[in-house]
Design a protein around this ligand. Structure first.
Ligand code: PMT
Length: 417
């Protein structure tokens, strides 16, 4: 992806701010991404960050001086110049200290002065120990910065440099530049059209498993998250088919082909038939794992036989995602996992699904108690097929969808065909 982004457009001016954290080792790949894309990159490390990676590395990678202070010998007052001309400021890792200083509007070094003097969009990529990330002071600073319009790419959970496990790990370089590209595109020519010529399908909504002509076994999925994924795919230029399980037409974005698949068996058949024609599949539908063993052809009436109650025999439905991923290994599959329980349980259940279903990614979201189903917002942790966290994001369902599609599009072998 990084090699052909720059084709046919003037270089963008990117400032990469570097905080003092062990995650600094991931930042050279971000700098390289923009340099390869033909952009003009200025790295502004904090003084403390030079303990991890020195100026020589940043200068060699960016081809530009990497100053730390406003009064550095040749730097002069160029922070105003740099701030004024920037298209984007990416700060990674954004330490708790750096976040606090930016929040307070301090300007003690070149990076913070530049942020203060700039009107360019800012992307902060926090990385720190879980205890610091969860500290009310950091939470407050992050929320305030978000409210001021600063973009935050949230840390993911995993092994920390301290030996502990938890939230605080900086996302991988790909996730950082994908998000940066989204922000740049939104401010310039609209979304990145890197999925032109790519055929994608989305399953959305909740299946209804018929009991008789008037009753069904169903769930609370509205189809909003699936429709948002379809929209994010269309924005990037993909040709999209949506397998709709009872999704209100008004939610479905323009330009999407809709195939009605109200029950799990109908969706199963339609998806397996269509899969060979597609490059990517997003499995967002809440598919019933079980269906009534028999569907009555006439309405089941109250009678002496069911006076005291009525038992319904249920049989297993096929697992559409698992079967499709197995049958079509060339198809890039992204699944969702709807989970309930503690944070740890949710992650563990989601990771188990990631390992068993054969998808490239699984987006894990909490459902129930007013979350997930039918809501306007969502919060997901995305894991890869081995269960490693690669992205954590929250916001409107469309924002979440854009982040997931950006991640998946970075791995589409079919992109830019
Ligand atoms: O539609 P909304 O109201 O916007 O709500 C969104 C959502 C909560 C439904 C969505 O974000 C979500 O979590 N979708 C997945 C729901 C689900 O069925 O999760 P699951 O953990 O049971 O299944 C895991 C994955 O396997 C899913 O990708 C699912 O589509 C797929 N699956 C499950 C069962 C089955 N028989 N076939 C499948 O393909």
């Amino acid at each position: 992806m990084s090699t052909n982004l720059g084709a046919g457009r003037p270089p963008r001016r990117i400032i990469v701010g570097v905080g003092a954290g062990i995650a600094v080792y991931k930042v050279p790949a971000v700098v390289r991404h923009f340099v390869k894309a033909g952009d003009s990159v200025r790295v502004m490390p904090t003084e403390a960050s030079l303990n991890f990676v020195g100026k020589a590395t940043w200068q060699a990678l960016s081809g530009a001086p990497a100053h730390t202070g406003v009064f550095d010998e040749e730097a002069g007052v160029d922070h105003v110049e740099a701030a004024r001309g920037a298209d984007l400021i990416v700060i990674a890792p954004a330490t708790a200290d750096l976040i606090a200083r930016i929040h307070a509007g301090l300007a003690g070094d070149l990076l913070t002065t530049t942020v203060l003097a700039s009107t360019a969009p800012v992307l902060l990529v926090p990385a720190m120990h879980t205890a610091m990330w969860n500290n009310p002071a950091t939470k407050h600073n992050v929320e305030q910065l978000r409210a001021r319009g600063i973009h935050i790419l949230e840390p993911v959970s995993g092994d920390l440099s301290s030996g502990d496990k938890g939230a605080g790990r900086m996302p991988e370089p790909e996730a950082i530049w994908q998000r940066a590209e989204e922000i740049l595109a939104a401010g310039q020519n609209g979304p990145v059209r890197d999925l032109e010529g790519v055929k994608a399908f989305v399953t959305a909504g909740g299946t209804r498993e018929p009991i008789d002509p008037v009753r069904f076994v169903g769930n609370h999925s509205s189809g909003r998250q699936g429709a948002a994924i379809a929209q994010a795919l269309v924005e990037r230029g993909a040709e999209v088919t949506l397998f709709s399980a009872n999704v209100d037409d008004r939610l479905i974005p323009a330009g999407v082909r809709v195939v009605e698949t109200p029950s799990a068996l109908q969706m199963h058949q339609a998806v397996l038939e269509a899969a060979p024609e597609h490059d990517m599949g997003f499995f967002v539908a809440a598919v019933a794992d079980f269906r009534p063993a028999k569907t009555a052809t006439k309405k089941v009436k109250k009678s002496a036989a069911n006076e005291d109650g009525w038992s319904l025999e249920m049989v297993r439905n096929p697992d559409i995602l698992a079967e499709t991923a197995k049958a079509f290994p060339g198809l890039l599959c992204v699944g969702f996992a709807a989970e309930t329980g503690s944070d740890e349980e949710i992650l563990e259940f989601g990771r188990a699904k990631a390992r068993s279903k054969g998808a490239k990614y699984i987006a894990i979201n909490r459902v129930g108690g007013g979350l997930g189903f039918g809501t306007l917002d969502n919060q997901v942790v995305v894991v890869d097929g081995e269960g490693n966290e690669v992205l954590s994001t929250s916001g409107s369902k469309l924002e979440v969808a854009r982040a997931i599609v950006a991640l998946a599009s970075g791995h589409s072998e079919t992109q830019n065909r």
